[in-house]
Write a protein that binds this ligand. Structure first.
Ligand code: PLP
Length: 383
């Protein structure tokens, strides 16, 4: 068995890691030296670059995607008495952002293969109170966009795409966010590009982008006499220039980062194709940006728990993660009446998922090491 006191000579591979180069470190230092460190000209420059990437659509950046989701809901006028439909298998931010507006999150199961919102189940969950759909492009795999927007159009619902994992993902060749209603991106260090913390909204409409600026910064607007007015009870969700400067250089390398992710994932598929103890994720097409790679463990054939497997991997220098728990079963959302068994696919994914190392500075040799280690641990775990 693995012994915690016999450290492997090989470097530890976390499940996610940002890619930062010297030019980025220099640029951030340069912005610090300029003494204009919070939101200013670099934010405008970053918003313009993101807009150009998304077909010229209006873009506003935020301190996180969690903040961006909350603002997107506020801009859409979602509030108390409203319902917003979201998958039970996604990150907690989505449900919390909905709740913080006073609206009610309505969970729906996901498709067991793509792990994206099950659109037929979403349709069945629509009530007269439903105002919006908030689907996640799971791990960067785009939802079927025709079907999503057909449903939204037929039912007159807003769509706030949680594209936290999907900057650089494409659907039929077009970047996610360059079409559709509102898309929200994250620049957390685990995502496809980073600003340390940060997020962005891409809008279809300039008036909504301007309203988002109000919700982003205290609700402030300028009066003609130079004094300030408050139009809405806004938050404090602006992105500093230091972060925006990093974002500009990250965006310039985004396509390269994604190509590398896709190459590494091809290696994972090659190595694990015949591993009977793993169920591999949906492969999608070339538009999948692969923010993370998370097979499902066939725990019913194993005597070890997932936690034991993760510990055995860590002892051999392999980091792993859980993306994600089923949100409806968290303490906060059980209070709405949800219980185990409500969403079997989301719950099975939550139980069996294991996120393996994937980031642009990983090598195919590292992927081979991860797969060899995982396969030997799974053999032991079989008992
Ligand atoms: C990371 C993440 C978010 C939140 O992004 P932050 O920038 O950390 O607030 C939202 N949804 C999903 C699916 C995520 O993975």
């Amino acid at each position: 068995m693995h012994a915690a006191n016999s450290p492997s000579a090989l470097p530890f591979l976390p499940f996610a890691r940002p890619t930062l180069d010297e030019a980025m470190v220099e640029a951030v230092s340069d912005t610090l030296r300029s003494l204009w460190i919070t939101s200013g000209p670099r934010v405008l420059e970053f918003e313009q670059a993101l807009s150009a990437y998304h077909g010229g659509r209006p873009v506003r950046v935020f301190s996180s995607a969690t903040a961006a989701l909350e603002v997107a809901l506020q801009v859409a006028g979602v509030g108390p008495g409203d319902e917003v439909i979201l998958p039970a298998q996604t990150f907690f931010s989505c449900a919390n952002a909905i709740s913080r507006t006073g609206a009610t999150p309505v969970f729906v199961d996901v498709d067991p293969v793509t792990r994206n919102l099950d659109l037929e189940a979403a349709e069945r969950a629509i009530t007269p109170k439903t105002r919006a759909l908030m689907p996640t492009h799971f791990a960067g795999l785009p939802l079927p966009m025709e079907a999503l927007y057909e449903l939204a159009g037929d039912t007159n619902l807003r769509v706030i795409e949680d594209a936290a994992l999907a900057i650089g993902s494409r659907w039929q060749g077009r970047p996610i966010g360059s079409f559709g209603d509102v898309a929200s991106f994250s620049f957390h260090p685990n995502k496809n590009m980073t600003t340390i913390e940060g997020g962005a909204l891409v809008f279809a409409d300039e008036a909504e982008a301007q309203l988002a600026e109000k919700w982003r910064f205290h609700g402030i607007s300028r009066n003609p006499d130079g004094t300030r007015d408050v139009l809405v009870a806004g938050g404090k969700f602006n992105l500093p220039d230091v972060n925006a400067r990093l974002g500009l250089l990250q965006l310039a390398r985004l396509e390269e980062f994604i190509e590398k992710r896709q190459q590494l994932v091809a290696r994972y598929f090659h190595n694990l194709a015949t591993e009977p103890l793993c169920e591999l994720p949906a492969r999608g097409d070339r538009g999948h940006s692969w923010n993370f790679f998370a097979p499902l463990l066939r725990l019913e054939q194993l005597t070890w728990s997932r936690k034991q497997i993760m510990e055995a991997l860590a002892a051999q220098g392999i980091g792993s993660g859980i993306s994600y728990e089923a949100i409806h079963l968290t303490s906060q959302y059980r209070t709405l009446g949800y219980q185990a068994g409500d969403f079997p696919h989301s719950e099975r994914i939550a139980r069996c998922t294991l996120t393996l190392p994937l980031y642009p500075t990983l090598t195919t040799h590292d992927v081979d090491r991860v797969c060899d280690t995982l396969q030997s641990v799974l053999q032991q775990a079989r008992g």
